[in-house]
Design a protein around this ligand. Structure first.
Ligand SMILES: CC(C)(COP(=O)(O)OP(=O)(O)OC[C@H]1O[C@@H](n2cnc3c(N)ncnc32)[C@H](O)[C@@H]1OP(=O)(O)O)[C@@H](O)C(=O)NCCC(=O)NCCS
Length: 183
């Protein structure tokens, strides 16, 4: 789905004066049938969705979607075996909400769903990785939700292309630290 189509689709389902109590947000595991609308999230989501659905089918992850009127507006990936450097428990990655709907509690709902699923499976620790300099605001948000920094060294999580101020694509190094919550 093109960006224009996505925007007009969103505009048609969201009232002009929406706020969270009027937004009916559904959090559930992704299904094959979501592939038709998953590009609502971001242009490269369909590629990732295939891999994530496969990992979900093989029992490694739960690929959570937040949906408004059946349109995906957010994601979270619960890994049953930690993918951070904290070896215990489960981990969460790819927490994301479309920019138009940030700050409305949807990210918190996705994260709380991950916590409830992990707790329900008898898991006691949930960890996640965040960039403490470029994503400082989100690090504080996780800390408010009970995640603590055990003081590990930052490590290079990934390098991906990003546009600089001149609009040129340059490699961006994502240096992260792990945070952990006792469930
Ligand atoms: C982090 C994120 C998933 C939170 O989802 P959300 O639905 O906006 O979050 P909630 O409404 O539940 O909670 C509000 C918090 O989200 C973050 N947030 C809210 N609006 C934001 C925005 N426009 N830009 C960046 N972060 C924002 C803030 O930390 C905010 O807390 P604060 O206002 O006290 O600083 C979402 O902002 C996002 O997709 N950010 C970009 C991707 C990202 O950084 N993911 C985390 C990787 S570790």
């Amino acid at each position: 789905m093109s960006y224009e189509l996505r925007s007009s689709a969103l505009a048609s389902v969201l009232p002009q004066d929406y706020h969270l109590p009027r937004l009916h947000v559904v959090i559930r595991a992704a299904r094959e049938s979501d592939c038709a609308t998953i590009a609502c999230l971001r242009p490269d989501e369909p590629e990732r969705a295939r891999r994530r659905l496969h990992s979900q089918q093989t029992g490694h992850v739960v690929y959570l979607l937040a949906l408004v009127n059946d349109l995906p507006v957010g994601t979270g990936l619960l890994h049953w075996r930690s993918t951070t450097r904290i070896p215990l428990g489960a981990s969460v990655s790819d927490l994301y909400v479309i920019p138009q709907l940030r700050g409305l509690g949807i990210g918190t709902q996705i994260l709380k769903t991950c916590e409830a699923l992990a707790r329900g499976a008898g898991i006691r620790e949930l960890s996640l990785a965040v960039n403490p300099t470029d994503n400082r605001r989100v690090k504080h948000y996780y800390e408010r939700l009970g995640y603590r920094d055990p003081g590990g060294q930052p490590y290079l999580d990934a390098i991906y292309p990003r546009q600089n101020a001149n609009g040129e694509e340059v490699p961006y190094e994502d240096w992260v630290v792990d945070l952990v919550k006792r469930l």
